[in-house]
Design a binder for this molecule. Structure first.
Ligand SMILES: [Zn+2]
Length: 88
């Protein structure tokens, strides 16, 4: 591993392996300013996906409800026909 780490976004030196602990060193990817920017964009992307997922779930529920409404209507009609036939 390189003894010096550079920000993946702006290229500035962000850490030297010798001067910080190993786990902190391997996790570092960005300088504080770029990290804030990257995290904000990651969150926006996450929220966008979440909203799309919820929209899709909502759409499927609406579709299923519509199918059930139609099924109920057909069953009601069938029952009415059976009741009519029984009266004759
Ligand atoms: Zn940076």
């Amino acid at each position: 591993m390189s003894p010096v780490k550079y920000c993946q976004q702006c290229g500035r030196v962000i850490a030297r392996e010798a001067s910080c602990d190993y786990f902190k060193y391997i996790r570092l990817k960005w300088c504080p300013a770029c990290a804030e920017d990257v995290h904000r964009r990651q969150k926006a992307e996450y929220m966008r996906r979440l909203r799309a997922q919820r929209r899709e779930a909502h759409r499927l529920t609406d579709e299923q409800n519509e199918l059930l409404r139609r099924e109920n209507e057909l069953l009601r009609q069938a029952i009415r026909r059976l009741e009519q036939a029984a009266k004759l």
